[in-house]
Design a protein around this ligand. Structure first.
Ligand code: SF4
Length: 335
């Protein structure tokens, strides 16, 4: 078997599945090459390469993929269709831009390494996942035995990552703990030195990319705000929230943002909900309106929507956050 370098763009589903992917490739004996954290250069390159009307996360993905050219033998860009059984969630899929992402990359750039675009469609059940990994491992020249071992280890590491998220760690911190192989610590119930608790929901690739959201989470942290996101909520609770709506959306990440927000709206200690949305995102135009209506319907919870695009600056985001946080404190004091 030849050792291959697998390039992984540090955006989109990276924030959710990186431990699974990385462990799998490394256990097979391959090398993982991750693009650098988002920067102006990466964003500018993405804007240049992607079609004009793409949303900013897709433009950014192009920039990250371009940054891997010449550094990897393959780019891992799975065609994410669905990750859970359709029985419970109707016809839920990933947003169409995820489905066409490998094709968009190929059409946009000639100098990219070969793309591993295995189709991930788990609507028939979780066993499909094994077929996905078998296909990837076989393509890289690994034996069935090696693939099985790597798959088992990868799932274990992914579960540890998931546990960290459920313990209210944000993905950047959880990824670091996993990377350093630090055992999962016990949940900190002290509440820390925060004096306000706020939920921030949105797509993981917007929430956890500090460049694209102009450091939103760090600004809140500085304001002594404890942040909760939808990725800290169990699937079981997500499913419970889904049942409180007459109908779900079609898109996986949109549904997670909605169910997460609904969950936080019923927790009295969460004093406000922020929806971080991406400019030019079709699904978000519905998510945003739905959350606005539901925040009024479910206890009149203060709700703020912030849209980010390639021109978003820190000053604009900071001003809006500070005003929102001040309003929440004022509201609490009046009570
Ligand atoms: S859900 Fe919205 S932001 Fe995400 S890839 Fe699709 S269009 Fe872009």
């Amino acid at each position: 078997m030849q050792v291959s370098k697998i390039g992984i763009p540090r955006t989109l589903a990276y924030f959710i599945y990186f431990p699974l992917w990385k462990t799998f490739f490394e256990e097979l004996g391959h090398e993982v090459v991750l693009s650098a954290a988002t920067s102006k250069a990466i964003l500018d390159r993405g804007v240049k390469e992607a079609v004009n009307d793409a949303c900013i996360p897709i433009k950014l993905y192009h920039g990250h993929a371009a940054a891997l050219a010449g550094k990897a033998d393959y780019i891992f860009c799975p065609r994410l269709v669905s990750v859970r059984s359709h029985g419970d969630f109707g016809t839920e899929t990933f947003c169409p831009k995820f489905l066409g992402l490998p094709d968009m990359l190929r059409l946009a750039m000639d100098d990219l390494p070969e793309i591993i675009d295995v189709r991930v469609d788990l609507k028939k059940g979780k066993d499909e996942l094994w077929q996905v990994f078998l296909e990837i491992g076989s393509k890289l020249g690994n034996s069935g035995e090696e693939i099985k071992r790597a798959f088992t280890k990868a799932k274990k590491v992914q579960r540890e990552y998931q546990r960290l998220l459920y313990q209210e760690k944000l993905p950047p911190e959880a990824l670091e703990l996993i990377e350093q192989k630090i055992p999962v610590p016990k949940k900190d119930k002290s509440g820390g030195s925060y004096d306000l608790q706020v939920a921030v929901v949105g797509y993981p690739y917007v929430l956890y990319d500090a460049y694209i959201n102009a450091g939103l989470l760090a600004i809140l942290e500085k304001e002594k705000v404890k942040v909760y996101t939808q990725d800290m909520i169990s699937d079981r609770e997500m499913n419970r929230q889904a049942k409180t709506l007459p109908k779900s959306m079609f898109w996986y990440f949109s549904n997670r943002a909605v169910y997460g927000a609904l969950h936080f709206m019923q927790r009295p200690e969460i004093e406000g909900v922020i929806h971080l949305t991406a400019f030019a995102c079709g699904p978000d135009s519905m998510v945003d309106r739905l959350l606005e209506i539901e925040s009024r319907r479910r206890g009149n919870r203060p709700y703020l929507s912030i849209a980010v695009d390639e021109h978003t600056g820190e000053a604009g985001v900071r001003t809006r956050l500070e005003a929102f946080v001040d309003m929440l404190r004022y509201r609490r004091n009046r009570k």
